[in-house]
Design a protein around this ligand. Structure first.
Ligand code: PLP
Length: 485
């Protein structure tokens, strides 16, 4: 590492990225690349001799950028967009530049402590129950890469706790529960945790309750499983489901969890960040009855990937399931009887970890709570306007009421329309995405194919939303006109 060379290359790279932001709308939002295109463009092996930074940057411009889908484009409304910020990028740059690895407290004390502090700061900003804070003496938070890892870790903690409690040695009888709207990462976590597919309960939801988890169905299913000699142990509820941002009734679910002594995890990967605004906190009512909660700061908290925030009430449950104690990591701080340091290696799957707290600290300090609130409110306001525009056009419908900053809508088939309405919307979405001007994604809720219009990309402003809506209408005109003609 030559500091002067780094300074020089670093300046070039920052300029390169800044230029990219300035020109981002010149690229098709969804890449028009064909499979295998990059392989045809790049050499078949790595260079033998070093190459200059300018030639690398040239190739990024020529070969890589055209093949990307531009998540930071203001016209990116697909999936859940990423609301990353300059502050987060700089924090992440520092994380890479310092390259410390805080697996134990000793391996980088201030990195570990900053993570605990930032997790307490954020928990307070979101008005989470004090039982999730380190100051409670039993709870606390950790930064992981993704929600899938967070759910896996909590499931392993719950599994361990349950097996010890019930005296069982085999995990074959353990059962997990969610609604059929839970993200597939829950299913993946259960697979990894060794839950048998036949013991994975994905309980039906319906449009009449806007696709939220039914407490009565949960209670009935748990009772049936108990009668069959199975061991219910874990419930995953969601605030802000991926398909339609449905909100599960946390309070009622937490009462069932308490009654049957089950672990309740709240997955608020997308919508958790909204709790920074008091007006959205009612969606989290009852969260004090949950055992854990996670959110992806890289979705809606102005932070870049990866940054999943996980809080647990019972840190001992997590560490007893995940801790290891190899000789080469032994140190006085970790081994002391009244251990008062956090060794984050025992809160996650892997040993090594990034200094993710740095970017979150940058975000919280650079934007302040009020700055983050106004970004989130701005997105919700734009989504409200978009919802209004859809509702005002009788050819369209809003399929489920909006809760946060995503609108699920579809084009209605006119009288006598020859094809299935789902197919019509599939073609509408494909036409929009192929245009390269906007990018949206879809979901199927209750058998209905919906176009998801999710606002949250950092550069999106009202005029981008207005233009996107004009494009939707124009494409609908073309589609309906074409077939009618
Ligand atoms: N849970 C919900 C509700 C989500 O919306 C998503 C992603 O969109 C995930 C989990 C997956 O998160 P990750 O990719 O961090 O595992």
């Amino acid at each position: 590492l030559d500091p002067e060379e780094f300074r020089n290359h670093g300046h070039k790279l920052i300029d390169f990225i800044a230029d990219y932001y300035s020109n981002i709308t010149n690229y098709p939002v969804r890449s028009q690349a064909q499979p295998g295109e990059l392989r045809r463009l790049l050499p078949v092996q790595a260079p033998i001799s070093p190459e200059p930074i300018d030639s690398i940057l040239h190739d990024i411009n020529s070969f890589i950028l055209p093949g990307l889908t531009h998540w930071l484009s203001p016209f990116h409304f697909a999936y859940f967009p990423s609301s990353a910020s300059t502050a987060a990028f700089l924090g992440d740059l520092l994380c890479s530049g310092l390259n410390v690895i805080p697996f134990t407290w000793l391996s980088s004390p201030s990195a570990t402590e900053l993570e605990s502090i930032v997790m307490d700061w954020l928990a307070k900003a979101l008005a989470l129950p004090s039982s999730f804070l380190f100051s409670s003496g039993t709870g606390g938070g950790v930064l992981q890469g993704t929600t899938c890892e967070a759910i896996l870790c909590t499931m392993l903690a719950a599994r361990e706790k349950t097996l010890i409690l019930t005296g069982h040695h085999r995990a074959f009888d353990l059962v997990v529960y969610s609604s059929d709207q839970a993200h597939s990462s829950f299913q993946k976590a259960a697979k990894i945790a060794g839950i048998l597919p036949s013991n994975f309960r994905s309980l039906s939801t319906s449009s009449s309750t806007f696709f939220s988890f039914s407490p009565s169905l949960l209670r009935q299913t748990i009772s049936e499983d108990l009668s069959s000699g199975l061991i219910p142990f874990f419930i995953c509820a969601t605030v802000g489901t991926t398909s339609s941002t449905a909100v599960d009734p946390i309070k009622e679910l937490s009462l069932i969890a308490a009654e049957f002594n089950l672990w309740l995890h709240v997955d608020s990967a997308y919508a958790g960040s909204a709790a920074i605004c008091p007006e959205f906190r009612h969606y989290f009512d009852g969260v004090d009855g949950a055992s854990s909660l996670s959110l992806n700061a890289h979705k809606w908290l102005l932070t870049n990937l990866d940054c999943c925030c996980l809080w647990v009430k019972d840190q001992a449950a997590l560490t007893s399931a995940l801790s290891t104690d190899p000789e080469f990591l032994k140190n006085d701080a970790s081994d002391s009887k009244d251990k008062n340091v956090v060794d984050y290696k025992d809160w996650q799957v892997a040993l090594s970890r990034r200094f993710r707290a740095m970017k979150l600290w940058f975000v919280l300090r650079s934007h302040g709570i009020s700055g983050i609130q106004s970004v989130i409110r701005g997105h919700v306001e734009m989504a409200m306007k978009f919802e209004g525009m859809v509702a005002d056009d009788r050819r369209f419908e809003v399929v489920v009421p909006r809760t946060f900053a995503m609108v699920c809508f579809r084009l209605l088939a006119p009288e006598g329309w020859p094809e299935e309405v789902n197919e019509l919307n599939r073609r509408l979405l494909e036409g929009l995405n192929k245009s390269g001007r906007v990018c949206m994604s879809h979901a199927v809720v209750g058998g209905v194919y919906v176009i998801r219009f999710a606002i949250g990309a950092t550069l999106t402003e009202q005029h981008h939303v207005d233009l996107a809506w004009r494009m939707v209408r124009r494409h609908a005109d073309d589609l309906l006109g074409n077939v009618a003609g």
